[in-house]
Write a protein that binds this ligand. Sequence first.
Ligand code: SF4
Ligand code: F3S
Length: 106
Amino acid sequence: PYVVTEPCIKCKYTDCVDVCPVDCFTEGENFLAINPDECIDCGACVPECPTEAIFEETEVPEKWAEYVELNAKLAGTWPVITEKKDALPEAEEFKDVEDKRAMLSE
Ligand code: SF4
Ligand code: F3S
């Protein structure tokens, strides 16, 4: 499956949601998580993300390895999101900020 990683935190542009054919994105306060049991590995969401936060599981950069498990865990409790909505107000400000892990609202 594909995995949402750190750059999404505090941005949540949601462009990814619009193209997913199987509606496997789930929504938290400031991050989205992909349900690994639903993702069909189409890759359509990858080029849509303005922060380049989405990777195929085996291509997730080492520094973000924990996001593989994290997507599965969070997607198990968060509601499904099927339509694009406005990005978070602070999205532009946090788009290129690094080390956002502690800012993730789980
Ligand atoms: Fe949805 Fe395809 Fe992205 Fe998986 S890879 S989350 S199925 S758009
Ligand atoms: Fe997040 Fe990128 Fe989707 S910022 S909400 S993974 S478009």
